[in-house]
Design a protein around this ligand. Structure first.
Ligand code: FAD
Length: 394
């Protein structure tokens, strides 16, 4: 029988790995992809949907091409247990699937109790919208229904979390909408971090496009001491309660639940990997990808997950078919839109450093760039989105 690779999670990491293994092994490897959702809504560009720059259908993708063109056996189910000694995955339906190699790419889950007063039962009052889909639609509807002069509050997460510039791009997109529809509204960011990604670029952009609208409360002013009361729509910052109109709570994160169940995560909640192969440090037959990993200098992004997936796919083919494997190289770019035509980016390339994935060289947009360059940066991101979603889903 052909060797079998089981991939858990059909997101940026898992679907890319499944596609590359199937595509490059010419049928020599059986690839099974386990993913509960039939439609995958990309978190990437979900902020542009909130800002009115994309429609909802444009961030939706399905698994049809992976099955029909690449012969991947796509099973819409949830993995609930992994027996690593027996090399077997148990699905919620009760079926068990054996594997020769396992790829685990479940994304993130939220740390219980990270924001006192908030849990998943409160997500319809105070959405996270940090997994895209109905949560993103709900948040957009709430922003549209805000009273004139109301307050949009974001409770930002501590490091490490998926998409370091994501909360601040989201604030930019909310401000873009409110500037048009509700110009006296205010945005309050409650942030436990001293600093955040592309901070100078965002703050410069906010001052130029949205003067007086956005206030950020960092840890020095109580940003790390926050509690929410969903029933009364209150946010309590350092003991002071404030009533808000919309509250986007983005809690602290950990590797997707199944990674912990399978004993692949360490005390940090994320999964240690070998930097040259993306193999779990706890099991050479298991590869972990994307947001669930501790990937050294790489941020948690779709670009990173896709880049890591190609390294893992090459290594899995080498292990199972003797195909040639080359030294690992990784790359990432994170684009963010601040206002119409005002795009910025940060990125880097990475290689194996001292037992970790280490940054080799990087680049970041500069304050004061002219409008043509900022527009070109935004347009570059449109090309990236089209390219990466084709690379993930075929
Ligand atoms: P995911 O893409 O989340 O995929 C995980 C999949 O695993 C899910 O489909 C889930 O259903 C499935 N799964 C979970 N548990 C199981 C299980 N037990 N069994 C089977 N399946 C399971 N990145 C960028 O590169 N550029 C951007 O511009 C960008 N913008 C972003 C904006 C926002 C608002 C957010 C929230 C994120 C953004 N990101 C961006 C980050 C990006 O979305 C993630 O880093 C990326 O999706 C990570 O890929 P992944 O494969 O690790 O996880």
């Amino acid at each position: 029988a052909r060797p079998r690779v089981v991939v858990l999670g059909g997101g940026a990491g898992g679907a890319t790995a499944a596609r590359y293994i199937a595509k490059d092994s010419d049928g020599a490897i059986e690839v099974v992809l386990i993913e509960p959702g039939k439609t995958y809504y990309t978190c990437f560009f979900s902020n542009l949907y909130l800002g009115g720059f994309r429609d909802f259908a444009s961030i939706a993708h399905d698994y049809g091409t992976l099955a029909s063109r690449y012969g991947i056996n796509v099973i819409h189910d949830l993995a609930v247990d992994i027996d690593r000694a027996a090399r077997s995955v148990t699905l919620a339906s009760g079926h068990a699937l054996g594997y020769d190699r396992l790829i685990v790419a479940p994304g993130i889950d939220f740390v219980d109790g990270a924001v006192p007063g908030w849990d998943m039962t409160a997500q319809n009052r105070m959405p996270h919208a940090w997994k895209a889909g109905s949560q993103t639609q709900l948040l957009k509807a709430q922003i549209g229904a805000m009273r004139a002069g109301g307050v949009f509050c974001m409770v930002a997460p501590p490091d490490p979390f998926r998409c370091p510039p994501g909360p601040y791009e989201r604030v930019s997109m909310v401000a873009h909408v409110l500037k048009e529809s509700n110009p006296t509204a205010k945005i309050l960011i409650v942030d436990p971090k001293e600093n955040f990604s592309k901070q100078a670029l965002f703050e410069d952009g906010w001052a130029r496009h949205y003067p007086g609208m956005i206030q950020r409360i960092g840890p020095d002013f109580g940003g790390a001491n926050v509690e929410v009361r969903p029933d009364s729509m209150e946010v309590v910052i350092d003991g002071m309660a404030e009533t808000v109109d919309v509250c986007n709570v983005i809690p602290a994160q950990k590797a997707g639940h199944i990674a912990g169940v399978a004993g692949l995560a360490d005390d940090s909640g994320f999964c240690p990997i070998l930097p040259g192969t993306m193999q779990s440090r706890f099991d050479e037959n298991v590869y972990v990808l994307g947001d669930a990993t501790i990937a050294g200098d790489m941020p948690k992004s779709a670009f990173s997950a896709n880049s890591q997936a190609k390294v893992a796919a090459m290594q899995v083919r080498a292990a199972l078919t003797g195909a040639r494997a080359f030294p690992a190289k990784y790359s990432n770019t994170c684009w963010s839109l601040i206002d119409s035509g005002d795009g910025v980016k940060v990125g880097a390339s990475y290689q194996v450093g001292e037992d970790r994935i280490a940054k080799v060289d990087g680049f970041v947009s500069q304050i004061g760039e002219d409008a043509a360059l900022r527009k070109a940066t935004y347009e570059e991101s449109l090309g990236w989105y089209a390219g990466i979603t084709a690379d993930i889903f075929g």
